[in-house]
Design a protein around this ligand. Structure first.
Ligand SMILES: Cc1cc2nc3c(=O)[nH]c(=O)nc-3n(C[C@H](O)[C@H](O)[C@H](O)COP(=O)(O)OP(=O)(O)OC[C@H]3O[C@@H](n4cnc5c(N)ncnc54)[C@H](O)[C@@H]3O)c2cc1C
Length: 413
């Protein structure tokens, strides 16, 4: 059967395409089935932390990514009054072998997609294949797909293994866990990109405020976007309201829903309302995750990436964890002739690790640094952060998150 039926990857996002590339690198063939008719450059910014970049570098993609991204120099934290709390160097500037990058999510996706088409062969990366469900027996799995728009049927596919990489609203996860649902705790987000002059160093990943006060995350993703030295700046606004209705992934954002929270966030180094107003399009997202599952693997079917462990996008870790999943499974499949044993080992290694990141993103994300400063200052302006808390104590919060997420400088792989 191994020669006959392929490994099927459902979903050609970050997890699915990086798994395809990692398997290909190890001489293991696979087929990718992606729902959308064509992969477009949609979305906004994403940050690739060193552990994500390590995996992408091993896939040979670092030069292509660096060519279209901005290398972060520092991560900086401010309170809602615009007062400096903490900063630290990032990526190569902090001693890692690889850079930390801010990049347009669509460009990352295109680079993965093109690499997969070139290396696997375009005939092995199937678009317009929206999986609806699967059937499984002792020898393999049959995947079923939704007919194409005009009702044209899509033939079922037989596979020896299926890896569900179909994202946060995974159809395969729903089939395995019918009561599966996202967890929404009243936090909504709005995202956009604005053409703006460089902020701080022009290579700074900036967090302002906390989820208690309203929070902004701001970082550049394209340099000199207009030939006049301006950058494309990615921004995210996060607001928690106890009575909030969950934002819709498919709706455009409305300024009236969130701009009032940031109306007086005007500092001598940045005018936040002006930055927000500079965006051509605003997208709304709910901040959701899911409780950790008891298991990912069901016979010959397993889960990966957001289908396995969607997490709050608070620590820039969703794609990194997907990339770690992909390399781990590819390694295990290359090492173990018994593929079902490889699936079990993959789950044993990655399920507890990612459950820990999901939980930490809920309770102790990196912005705990700002919450700590707010707690000590009573949310009021302060004269000097050093009078409230030492730099070492703030660094300890940052370092703890890196340990959990697997990108401390000395983290084992
Ligand atoms: C607002 C926001 C900001 C984020 N910021 C960061 C960040 O800065 N850094 C970071 O590392 N991560 C970030 N993330 C998380 C990151 O985007 C995800 O964790 C990552 O995309 C997960 O990859 P994935 O392949 O599992 O899922 P996705 O990238 O969602 O890909 C899923 C793919 O499956 C396809 N698909 C869906 N259903 C089916 C089906 N039934 N059949 C076939 N195909 C299907 C989809 O079309 C899609 O191509 C952020 C997430 C959000 C929501």
């Amino acid at each position: 059967m191994r020669d006959k039926d392929p490994i099927a990857i459902v979903g050609g996002g970050i997890a699915g395409l990086s798994l395809a590339l990692a398997l290909h690198k190890r001489g293991i063939t696979c087929e990718v089935f992606e729902a959308v008719p064509e992969v477009q450059e949609i979305g906004v910014g994403i940050t690739l932390l060193p552990h994500a970049m390590q995996e992408l570098t091993e896939l040979g993609l670092q030069p292509a990514l660096e060519a279209v991204a901005i290398e972060n120099l520092e991560s900086v934290f401010f309170n809602r009054h615009g007062q400096f709390i903490y900063s630290e160097p990032r990526g190569r500037h902090a001693g890692y072998e690889v850079p930390e990058l801010g990049i347009h999510r669509g460009k990352l996706h295109q680079i993965l997609y093109r690499a997969a088409c070139e290396r696997l062969g375009v005939e092995h990366v199937h678009t317009q294949h929206r999986c609806t469900h699967f059937e499984q027996d002792a020898s393999g799995v049959t995947l079923h797909f939704r007919p194409i728009g005009d009702g044209e049927p899509v033939q079922p596919v037989r596979a020896r293994l299926v890896v569900a990489c179909d994202g946060v609203n995974s159809a395969i996860r729903r089939q395995l866990f019918p009561s599966d649902a996202v967890c929404f705790a009243g936090i909504n987000t709005w995202r956009g990109v604005s053409v703006h002059k460089p902020i701080l160093t022009g290579k700074s990943y900036i967090r302002i405020g906390s989820i208690d006060t309203g929070k902004m995350v701001i970082y550049p993703i394209v340099d000199n976007v207009d030939g006049q030295g301006n950058q494309l700046i990615n921004w995210v606004a996060e607001i928690r309201r106890p009575d909030a209705k969950m934002n819709d992934w498919n709706q455009p954002g409305d300024l009236d829903d969130f701009l009032p929270t940031f109306a007086d966030w005007r500092y001598d180094w940045l005018d936040v309302p002006e930055l927000i107003r500079g965006a051509q399009h605003i997208f709304e997202y709910p901040m959701v995750d899911k409780d950790a599952l008891p298991r990912w693997t069901h016979g010959r079917v397993t889960l990966m990436g957001d289908a396995a462990h969607p997490m709050y996008p608070r620590g820039s870790n969703g794609s990194a964890q997907a990339l770690l999943d992909a390399r781990t499974l590819a390694d295990l499949l290359a090492q173990h002739p018994d593929e079902l044993q490889a699936l079990a080992l993959y789950e044993g290694k990655r399920l507890p690790a990612t459950a820990n990141v999901v939980q930490t993103n809920r309770t102790q994300p990196p912005d705990a640094i700002i919450m700590k400063a707010d707690e000590l200052s009573g949310g009021q302006p302060f004269d000097n952060i050093d009078d409230l808390i030492s730099r070492d104590q703030l660094q300890a919060i940052s370092d703890r998150y890196k340990q959990v997420a697997g990108f401390a400088l000395a983290s084992p792989r």
